[in-house]
Write a protein that binds this ligand. Structure first.
Ligand SMILES: C[S@@+](CC[C@H](N)C(=O)[O-])C[C@H]1O[C@@H](n2cnc3c(N)ncnc32)[C@H](O)[C@@H]1O
Length: 267
């Protein structure tokens, strides 16, 4: 393929990135050998990993569809990753073409590729930023020109908060976003969970964490605390395969261990 469409100057091809390793698992082509090696090792240790990640993408699609169905027209996707099938703007704008979407990621390849596929879509923008620096994201001129802070906004943290160490206080990062949103806004989270994990999964997570520079599974109670006093949409914070599934059928081989996901509404 022509790498110029997604290549970004400054990418360290000797170090795996969470965005590119995730891309490998989803069958994408925006990754390097170092990412493929780590993805392969992680999947060897945890064979259900690719289906877990697909389950996360399916959760993302269902959440965005549901929120657009409720009338939400603005989405802020934090740690949005390398674009793949069923990106937030595709789902939202299919439901309502006037939906506006801001993608935020710290990974050069993710932002560069996002920009190339968003070219010509004037209701979307991708910015490179560390979402932990909340004011920098929310005060970014491109974000301010895309989102109307007088109207509800859905803030999406899909499979990203487990990259934030406790020392950075993920609960207060999330609440800083929620505090600056208008009433009627939504918060969606999916997060790797440390409750009841098999030993092989824990070992895979530790190996991944060492190579990637930090991966923090948390107990469900800590993930629930990230929603603060928001009103949880039904069915609450549940295994993300159980959040408004399209079909009640179990995937072949049974339900993969996935971690919880949920959506809260600000009153
Ligand atoms: C596992 S991928 C998830 C992608 C997408 N949200 C999804 O659920 O499919 C995690 C993404 O979060 C990004 N990320 C991790 N920490 C970040 C931070 N502090 N600021 C911005 N992006 C971050 C990574 O670069 C990567 O693209």
């Amino acid at each position: 393929m022509n790498t110029r469409s997604w290549w970004a100057q400054g990418v360290d091809v000797a170090k795996p990135s969470s965005a590119r390793v995730y891309d490998v698992h989803l069958g994408g082509s925006h990754n390097f050998q170092v990412d493929r090696d780590l993805a392969e090792k992680a999947a060897e240790m945890m064979p259900s990993l690719p289906s877990v990640l697909r389950a996360n993408r399916s959760f993302l699609r269902r959440v965005v569809r549901h929120l657009a169905g409720l009338g939400v027209r603005q989405f802020l996707d934090l740690g949005s990753g390398i674009p793949t099938v069923g990106n937030v703007h595709e789902i939202a704008q299919q439901m309502a073409p006037d939906c506006r979407v801001v993608y935020v990621d710290s990974d050069l390849v993710a932002v560069s590729h996002s920009r190339s596929i968003l070219c010509g879509n004037d209701r979307t923008v991708a910015i490179r930023a560390d979402f932990r620096v909340v004011d920098q994201v929310l005060d970014d001129p491109e974000v301010r020109s895309m989102l109307d802070f007088g109207e509800p906004i859905a803030v999406l943290f899909f499979a990203v908060l487990h990259f934030v160490p406790d020392a950075d206080d993920p609960v207060s990062i999330v609440s800083s976003y929620v505090d600056r949103l208008p009433r009627g806004s939504y918060l969606a989270i999916s997060h790797a969970c440390s409750d009841d994990v098999q030993e092989s999964t824990r070992e895979a997570a530790e190996m991944y964490s060492e190579r990637i520079g930090g991966f923090h599974m948390r107990p469900k109670a800590q993930i629930a605390a990230m929603f603060g006093d928001l009103e949880m949409l039904e069915p609450g914070l549940v295994d993300l395969t159980e959040w408004r599934p399209d079909s009640p059928e179990m995937p072949p081989g049974g339900k993969p261990w996935t971690g919880p996901g949920g959506v809260g509404r600000k009153h």
